[in-house]
Design a protein around this ligand. Structure first.
Ligand code: UDP
Length: 239
């Protein structure tokens, strides 16, 4: 039977760290290619895909600032890192014959298109993957917030956050063997219990706009496709 999805349009957030693979800095082309194939499967069943990629594999403003750099300058570097990741991901997607656009919150004429909501929606509707780069364009924000913001703006059905663990636990599953996974969770309990799912800005944004968020393990083969066709992967955060 042909696979169908309950979602027409999704916003997928990948952390920059996910692109490193086994390295501790930079981009592993093998990982990029694998992700491109997984994203291609979604496009193949007719799901519109918006992508936000982090920059933590290259630079993070907070870490640079701890090392003595000016915080805002560090955040600018972090946002530029997300553009580099976006370019690399576009390259991998297009090599897999998936039409892809990179838009940037910071204008960068000649390199990528400037983000424009209406144009982005047009591209998504026509089946192109749209990578939203440079985060929100502002320092002191994260790409999790950017993913939630863009997801709400382009009217995605769900924000999907790819992580290294297969959902949200009541405590760190790496440290505690008896940690329990939530299959669903309300915005308020995520906030109250200070579960480190996303930063507070991002959670408040999705809560205020009733945008469902699903957290899942990107390293589990087939998990992305399974959750997009309605499978019960990871944790759903909703009202
Ligand atoms: N960043 C920013 N504003 C944004 C998004 C990101 O200043 O709207 C900067 C910030 O310095 C952040 C870096 O870009 O540390 C990389 O993003 P993030 O840490 O969210 O990447 P991830 O952890 O997902 O790899």
């Amino acid at each position: 039977k042909e696979k169908t999805s309950p979602y027409k349009r999704i916003l997928l957030k990948l952390s920059g760290e996910a692109l490193m693979g086994e390295q501790n800095f930079g981009i592993d082309p093998a990982v990029l290619n694998r992700m491109a194939l997984e994203i291609g499967q979604l496009v193949g069943i007719g799901v519109q895909v918006g992508l936000v990629i982090g920059g933590g594999n290259l630079f993070r403003g907070a870490a640079l600032s701890q090392a003595g750099l000016d915080r805002v300058t560090g955040d600018h570097m972090g946002m530029l890192a997300t553009v580099m990741n976006g370019l690399a991901m576009r390259d991998a997607l297009e090599r897999a014959n998936i039409r892809t656009r990179v838009m940037s919150a910071i204008p960068m004429s000649g390199v990528v298109e400037h983000y424009d909501r209406r144009t982005a929606i047009r591209y998504l509707t026509s089946g192109d993957v749209v990578i939203f780069s440079a985060g929100t364009g502002n320092p002191f924000f994260t790409t999790d917030s950017a993913a939630c913001l863009r997801g709400i703006e382009v009217d995605a059905d769900v924000v999907i956050k790819a992580t290294k663990v297969d959902g949200v636990y009541d405590k760190d599953p790496v440290k505690y063997a008896d940690a329990v996974k939530y299959s669903c969770l309300s915005y308020d309990s995520a906030l109250d219990q200070k579960l480190e799912v996303m930063d507070l800005t991002a959670i408040c944004l999705v809560r205020d706009h009733n945008m469902p968020v699903r957290v899942f393990d990107m390293n589990k083969p087939g998990a992305l496709l399974n959750l997009v066709v309605g499978g019960d992967e990871g944790t759903l955060i909703y009202r």
